[in-house]
Design a protein around this ligand. Sequence first.
Ligand code: GH3
Ligand code: MG
Ligand code: MG
Ligand code: MG
Ligand code: MG
Length: 314
Amino acid sequence: YVVKESRHAYHYAMKLASRLRTNDQIKVLVVDDSAMSRKHIRNLLERQLYNVIEAEDGLDAIEQISIQPDIRLIITDFEMPNMDGFKLVNEIRTKFDKRGLAIIGLSSQESGILSAQFIKHGANDFLNKPFYPEEFYCRITQNLEAIELIEEIEDAANRDYLTGLYNRRAFFEFSKTVLREAWAHQLPVSFSLIDLDNFKYINDHYGHAVGDEVLKRFATLMQRYCEKFLFARVGGEEFALIMSGLDTTKALALVNGLRQAFVEQTMECGATTFNVSFSGGVVTESNGNLDAMYNKADELLYRAKEAGRNMVLA
Ligand code: GH3
Ligand code: MG
Ligand code: MG
Ligand code: MG
Ligand code: MG
């Protein structure tokens, strides 16, 4: 019952968040060699308050997309000098690999076959010129909603229902980028494994629902303390954290700060109050892979448990 409820609340919150995006926050790039045509489309878009930018041809468009990663929709003409609409769509799909970017191709009515070709090259939709504003708005809204839905689904697949934190699979996937960037900048990387203490006891004595509440409280605290870093719920009551740029001393200080704050939180179950602690391991490397760090941190975590819990070892 409790899990169902929180799952529902989570989806509701995500829906709400996406609805809160207003049109002026949606950047649309209009690519057309005809200034008149660009102006026409810009006017239609601005009537709905979209944030519009323009490009004269494919090359110009590629440059704009490289420097403005928040473009969500591209409306592109077919016939343009330097790089035509098909080449542009191809280029965008190979270069930017973004499912979060919708492309609508424009073609004139006499060349109806172009429309299908646009889709083959990777566009999401097309419009035949001339078009009615109603059709234009319909296609824009539908395509933007489709991307938003994809993003919501992708995000949900990366998260743990109970806490909203990244799940184990997402953690391992995102860690590749985080580590690659850290090593490229020759930064130290500290990794920490955290495991709540005597959690089985909490479930057995206060009930599973209270156990869930403890996990959520810990997740909220982790979000506050670790917001700059990649972290996730990697197991039942186990969490992992990658701290790029932090040496052992700094990483230990951070995880111990989190531990202190968590221990001081008063948990409630009816009239009873109690406190929960965690144990952790911290390892630092200036090069290496996640599996090796994970194993070492797990070993330190095990020793922290053996030594009495509520401590972090490095
Ligand atoms: P230690 O201090 O050695 O880590 O002891 P522990 O009791 O925390 O560790 P153990 O591995 O024995 O038990 C972990 C418990 O966490 C068992 C499992 O039922 C519980 N658990 C795992 N996932 C969830 C969850 O989503 N919600 C709740 N309430 N409990 C969970
Ligand atoms: Mg043209
Ligand atoms: Mg435990
Ligand atoms: Mg145990
Ligand atoms: Mg455990």
